[in-house]
Design a protein around this ligand. Structure first.
Ligand SMILES: Cc1cc2nc3c(=O)[nH]c(=O)nc-3n(C[C@H](O)[C@H](O)[C@H](O)COP(=O)(O)O)c2cc1C
Length: 401
């Protein structure tokens, strides 16, 4: 009898150890031998959003983390994306009577709780088992727009389902296979996506040295493109980009416009002339971005080009801005420089890795509070009023003092 009880206790102990290993494994780095993304499902405490990168590095396997965090070549442009905001000061107004400012705004007819949305990024499954479905749930809870890459690691249908009717935009890299382009745009329309983002700054992938050093290959399938155009699991980023159209022209913007009844947003604009060309070709909005410094290294920080582009656009279409946004003051400066809303890429993925959909929610909640504080201190009651606040440029390339 005693022996049986002893054996039972040992078995129970072993089962407990197995359960603990399985439960906490998602919180540890495991690479190469078997990619394992986080399975955390918890609120995350954020003191400073910039801490998230180091915290995420502790749990995302090295190859996946390098892919998410890295930029191209020397990563100078990637760093400039963040430091560019330091070149400009907000000149605050006082005695304005501002009280509890509102971060609510709208873009392309969609009301959102704050002027910060999710940028499209490939393969969220590298960060968390719930992948883009988790991100979509977090974005919906935060009251903002989820942008979905066609290199997502959840299916478009699963992401739409997780968003439960919240606004979602679908981002397309045009494929060489036009049948695929039509089919996936149609699918996005049928699933209720609200806009098509056409990314035009990636005719080929940038040279991302971290991925080369890590010999990074996607350890997961990218299901929305895998069946139709390419095999993605086990492929490097350059093989995945090989299926994309490598010689985009304004005609391609017109082609996409003709394929859909949804608004088309042209993403990856860095030059005022290209903003013009995109608008003339039919873009319903433009997205100023240098892809988070992952494409052409040696290009300016994205924020440095924003005032000139916004001047040229002159309110003909809305402007979405991304690359380097990390804090409320960055959001404020981008809006005061002509953006209507901004997007964030890496911080969302770090939030997802650290807490699942709740972590994504926490990232947006932190930014909302941070922006609100900046608005209050600077004297802007509404997002629209941010545009009235003066920025003082220390030195931006078009106008160095
Ligand atoms: C891991 C990762 C994957 C990305 N994949 C895509 C993509 O599939 N399509 C796209 O248009 N942009 C992609 N981007 C660029 C983002 O949409 C966005 O421009 C960039 O992340 C903004 O910079 P930030 O990360 O500094 O916020 C990706 C960015 C990251 C970090």
């Amino acid at each position: 009898m005693k022996k049986t009880i002893f054996i039972l206790v040992v078995i129970l102990g072993l089962l407990l150890i197995v359960w603990m290993v399985m439960h906490f494994n998602g919180q540890n780095k495991i690479d190469k031998s078997g990619y394992r993304a986080s399975n955390r499902d918890e609120r995350i405490k954020i003191v400073d959003i910039e801490d998230l990168e180091a915290r995420a590095a502790e749990i995302i396997p090295e190859g996946g983390f390098g892919y998410i965090q890295g930029g191209s070549e020397t990563e100078t442009t990637m760093r400039r994306n963040e430091t560019a905001f330091d070149m400009v000061d907000i000149v605050p107004r006082v005695l304005t009577g501002v009280l509890n400012p509102s971060t609510k705004t709208s873009i392309l007819g969609i009301d959102i709780a704050l002027p910060v949305i999710v940028a499209p990024a490939a393969a969220h499954g590298l960060a968390h088992v719930s992948a883009e479905a988790g991100t979509a749930r977090g974005a919906a809870a935060a009251g903002t727009i989820m942008s979905v890459s066609n290199y997502a690691s959840s299916t478009l249908a699963d992401i739409a389902k997780a968003g439960k009717g919240a606004p979602q935009w679908f981002q397309l890299y045009l494929s060489k296979d036009d049948g695929f382009n039509r089919k996936i745009i149609q699918q996005a329309e049928n699933l209720g996506y609200d806009a098509i983002i056409l990314t035009v700054d990636a005719p080929i992938g940038g040279y991302r040295i971290r991925d080369v050093r890590n010999d990074f290959k996607f350890p997961l399938e990218l299901p929305n493109v895998a069946k139709t155009t390419i095999k993605t699991k086990g492929q490097g980023i350059s093989s995945v980009f090989a299926a994309a159209q490598n010689d985009l022209t304004p005609y391609d913007v017109m082609r996409v416009k003709a394929m859909t009844k949804l608004p088309v947003i042209v993403k990856g604009i860095q030059h005022p002339d290209d903003a013009d060309i995109a608008i003339i070709s039919g873009a319903d909005a433009i997205w100023v971005s240098n892809h988070g410094g992952r494409q052409l290294d040696g290009a300016p920080g994205a924020f440095e080009m924003l005032p000139e582009i916004a001047g040229r656009v002159n309110k003909r279409v809305p402007i979405i801005f991304d690359s380097g946004i990390r804090r409320g003051q960055d959001v404020f400066k981008a809006i005061a420089s002509g953006a209507d809303v901004v997007a964030i890429g890496r911080p969302v993925i770090y939030g997802l890795a650290l807490g699942g959909w709740r972590g994504v929610f926490d990232v947006f909640e932190w930014l909302e509070q941070d922006l609100k504080r900046v608005m209050w201190l600077a004297g802007a009651q509404t997002v629209n009023e941010i545009k009235n606040i003066q920025l003082r440029s220390k030195c931006i390339p078009v106008r160095c003092e």
